[in-house]
Design a protein around this ligand. Sequence first.
Ligand code: ATR
Length: 289
Amino acid sequence: MSAGQPDRYAVAGNPVEHSQSPFIHAEFARQTGQALDYGRLLCPLAAFAATLRAFAADRSAGAVRGCNVTVPFKFEAFALAARHTPRALRAQACNTLRFDPEAEGGWLADNTDGIGLVRDIEANAGVALAGKRVLLIGAGGAAAGALGPLLEARPAVLVVANRTVAKAEELVARHADLAGGCALAARAPREAGERFDVVINATASSLQGAQVPVDSAVLAPGALALDMMYGPAAQGFIAWAEAHGARGRDGLGMLVEQAAEAFFLWRGVRPETAPVLAALRARLAAKVR
Ligand code: ATR
């Protein structure tokens, strides 16, 4: 029975045990007075759809209203949904599902990663993207979610640099109509160009302990260099950036901001992110000690 019980949400992925999303959403719920439970849903690699459908149909406690989707299911989640927001359509990937009743159109797929990144850069790191030179490294799911919202922030130049150049070219072609006055281009990492104000690492290279795939000439003095990862996975890129005069930043702010946008989609209430980001940083620092 669901009457009177808190609505339920979860982060669906594989792995999910280290996800910070349950902490973030519990903080948002407390702050806004929303009654909800947010857990973890470990999905077997070959049974994402079945696991998600069973979760959505579960009537053993409060009503299941939605979920976040993480690696490696963002494309599959996109394909499962009946409806898509414009930004999810642009990304062709989904990190947020809202389980609306069939009568209201069924599952809605959104992608809040890119808007979360832009808010972190502009509001938290204090860098207005309008008129700036921006380099986005990578052309996988993470980069696909970011490109549309980055273009909407009106940079002067946006280069997508990827090891497999054809993937960068495809991503750029899919976003060409959003470019407006922005010089949007796809390049190989070693030919990315020079002196970017904002450099975003959306590759899995740091996770594999591989070298940063671009030359340090991409960094303008004092540039903001942001890795979408956090914790040890982001450290290689941040250390590289700081060794070359840039300001390093991890993906924790983006994580909290994308969560806030998902919370808004589900609950219609926009939580304050700054205290939750501070609490999350303190929590992770305490774990490391
Ligand atoms: P995600 O959803 O995290 O973006 P993905 O879709 O598998 O994951 O994309 C991974 C990205 O990291 C791709 O841009 C990939 O480059 P390729 O398209 O050439 O495969 C990039 N990547 C992974 N390992 C890398 C490495 N060692 N050096 C440079 N780029 C790497």
